[in-house]
Design a protein around this ligand. Structure first.
Ligand code: BG6
Length: 492
C-alpha cells in the first residue's frame, strides 16, 4: 500500500526554542520529511525564535547540519534540503523582555489570514510568559494555535497554573498539548485494531482478560538532561503522560466517532476511574528504582548520581506500578506499568494477557495450554503478535504448540514509518486535536500521579538501585510475581 499525501493549507510556524535540542533533533527533521513529500504549501514559512543572536543564514546552516545528523542518508537529498531551508527564517526574541517582539510582529504582518502556529519548545516556566507577550503584541489571530510540550507542570497545581496562563490568551480549541506517543504509528494502530475489528472487542473485558502490561524501556540514560530530569523523574517524564495515554487507549470505551472530543471524553472517563494509590498502598503497588553503573550493549555506563548535580538525589529512573481501573469493564484486571532508563533493551510494548481456557480436553502428554496473548510492539520492530495454541504439525499424536500470528509491519508494508512529530505537526495545521491532550485529561492524570509522588517523597525509602543493562530492580519482578504473573519476555 502506498502512503497518501494530502497537502495542508498555507501556514506560518513560529518555533520558540528554535535553536534547542528538540527543534534540531525532531521538529525540523519532521518538517523536512513533510516538505520532501510535497505536503507543505509553497509559501509555508517556518520561523525559528530564541534568545540567541544568530543570523537567518547561520540558522539555515545549523539546520542543514541537524538534518544531516538526524535524517538518514537515504531519506534526504541536497536539493530537497536547499529548498526546505528557503522556508526558514530566524529571529532573536527574548521571552522575558521586549527585545525582538516588534521584529516578530513585522515578520508576520499582512499574513493574518493564514494559519499561524506557535510551537513552545521551551521550559514550561516560559509558557505563560510567552503567551502573555503573544497577546500583548497582538500576534494571536483567529486562525492561531499554540503547541505546548510536556511536562505540563510538575503537579496538579502547577499544571493548572500553566493551563490558566495559556488559557488567558488561547481558547481550548486553539491549544495543542503534545504527547508524542500519541503520534506513533502503532499507537494509532491500537485504535484501528480495537475499533475496526469485531474479533477483539467482545473479549476486551474483565471476563476474558487476565491482566495488561505496558512497558516503555529505554537504554539511554539522562543524556545531558540531568537538570530537568532530576526534578521530574520517570513518573513525571514518562508515566504521567506517555504511559497513562497508552493505558487510556487500551481501556477506553469505543467513542462514537474518531473525533477530538469523542476520544478525549472516553479517555477522561478512564482517568477518573483509576483507583487512587496513596501512602497506605504505594508500598505494595509501586516500585521505584535508580540506575547504578553497568554495561549496555557491551559498553560500560556510569551511575545516575554521577550524571546529576545532587549527589544524594532520590529521583527515580525506573517505575513499576500496579494500576487498577474501577469500572465494570476492568474491575479486577491489573494494568502493570513499567518504565526505566538504562534498561537492557529499548522496547515499548503493550501485552494483553487473556485468561486460561476454562477446561482442557487434551491429555497431559499434549503439553501445557498457554494463555492467549496480544502483544502490540510500539518500538522497535513495530507490529502485532497474537499468540495462539495450535497442533504441532506432523505425526506424533496431539501435541500442542504456542505460536504467534505475526504481523511485523516492516515486513508486511514497505512504507516508511513517519516519525510521530510529522503526523502531529500537520494535525495542528489541519486543526485536528484528536491526538492531543485536553486540559481536563492532563489535570486528571496529575490527580492520580500526585498522591504517588507525595507518598514517595514522604517515605524514608530511597529508590531501589538497579544495575544498568538489567530490567530494573528485583522488587519490580516481585510486584508482578506476587500476583502469580510474570513480565513478558519475547520468547520468539
Ligand atoms: C520523552 C522523554 O518524552 O520521551 C524522554 O522526556 C524519553 O526522557 C523519550 O527518552 C522517549 O521517547 P521515544 O519516542 O524515544 O520512546
Amino acid at each position: 500500500m502506498t502512503s497518501r499525501i494530502i497537502a495542508v493549507d498555507p501556514f506560518d510556524l513560529i518555533v520558540f526554542g528554535g535553536s534547542g535540542d528538540l527543534t534540531y533533533r525532531k521538529l525540523l527533521p519532521a518538517l523536512y520529511h513533510r516538505h520532501r513529500d510535497g505536503q507543505l504549501p509553497e509559501d509555508a514559512l517556518i520561523i525559528g525564535v530564541s534568545r540567541r543572536q544568530m543570523s537567518p543564514e547561520d540558522y539555515r546552516e545549523a539546520t542543514r547540519k541537524a538534518l544531516v545528523e538526524h535524517v538518514p542518508a537515504d531519506e534526504r537529498d541536497d536539493a530537497g534540503i536547499d529548498t526546505f531551508l528557503k522556508r526558514l527564517s530566524y529571529l532573536a526574541v527574548d521571552a522575558s523582555s521586549d527585545q525582538g517582539w516588534e521584529q516578530l510582529q513585522a515578520a508576520l504582518k499582512g499574513r493574518e489570514d493564514r494559519i499561524r502556529a506557535f510551537y513552545l519548545a521551551v521550559a514550561p516556566e516560559l509558557f505563560g510568559i510567552i503567551c502573555g507577550k503573544l497577546g500583548s503584541y497582538a500576534l494571536v489571530t483567529p486562525q492561531s494555535r499554540i503547541i505546548i510540550e510536556k511536562p505540563i507542570g510538575h503537579d496538579l497545581a502547577s499544571a493548572q497554573a500553566v493551563n490558566d496562563a495559556v488559557g488567558v490568551v488561547f481558547e481550548e480549541s486553539q491549544i495543542y498539548r503534545i504527547d508524542h506517543y500519541l503520534g506513533k504509528e502503532t499507537v494509532q494502530n491500537l485504535m484501528a485494531l480495537r475499533f475496526a475489528n469485531l474479533l477483539l472487542e467482545p473479549l476486551w473485558n474483565a471476563a476474558h482478560i487476565d491482566h495488561v502490561q505496558i512497558t516503555v524501556a529505554e537504554t539511554l540514560g539522562v543524556e545531558g538532561r540531568g537538570a530537568y530530569y532530576d526534578h521530574a523523574g520517570a513518573i513525571r517524564d514518562i508515566v504521567q503522560n506517555h504511559m497513562i495515554q497508552l493505558l487510556c487507549l487500551i481501556a477506553m470505551e469505543p467513542p462514537a466517532r474518531l473525533d477530538a472530543d469523542g476520544v478525549r471524553d472516553e479517555k477522561l472517563k478512564v482517568l477518573r476511574a483509576l483507583k487512587p494509590i496513596d501512602e497506605a498502598t504505594a508500598g505494595l503497588h509501586t516500585v521505584r528504582g535508580q540506575y547504578r553503573s553497568g554495561a549496555i550493549d557491551g559498553k560500560s555506563v556510569t551511575d545516575y548520581l554521577s550524571e546529576v548535580e545532587n549527589k544524594a538525589s532520590r529521583t527515580e529512573t525506573f517505575v513499576a506500578i500496579k494500576a487498577e481501573i474501577a469500572n465494570w469493564r476492568w474491575a479486577g484486571v491489573p494494568f502493570y506499568l513499567r518504565t526505566g532508563k538504562r534498561l537492557s533493551a529499548r522496547m515499548s510494548e503493550i501485552v494483553v494477557a487473556y485468561k486460561a481456557v476454562p477446561h482442557s480436553i487434551f491429555e497431559a502428554s499434549a503439553g501445557n495450554i498457554e494463555r492467549n496473548m496480544l502483544v502490540i510492539r510500539i518500538q522497535p520492530e513495530e507490529g502485532v503478535k497474537l499468540w495462539l495454541m495450535i497442533k504441532d504439525p506432523g505425526p506424533g499424536g496431539m501435541r500442542l504448540r504456542y505460536v504467534p500470528l505475526d504481523m511485523t509491519f516492516a515486513e508486511a508494508f514497505s512504507a516508511r514509518n513517519p516519525d510521530a512529530y510529522e503526523r502531529l505537526l500537520l494535525d495542528v495545521i489541519r486543526g485536528n486535536q484528536t491526538l492531543f491532550m485536553r486540559r481536563d485529561e492532563v489535570e486528571a492524570a496529575w490527580r492520580w500521579i500526585d498522591p504517588i509522588a507525595e507518598a514517595w517523597s514522604r517515605s524514608n525509602d530511597a529508590p531501589k538501585p538497579y544495575t544498568s543493562g538489567t530490567w530494573g530492580p528485583t522488587a519490580s519482578v516481585a510486584l508482578i510475581e506476587r500476583d502469580g504473573r510474570t513480565w513478558h519476555e519475547d520468547i520468539d
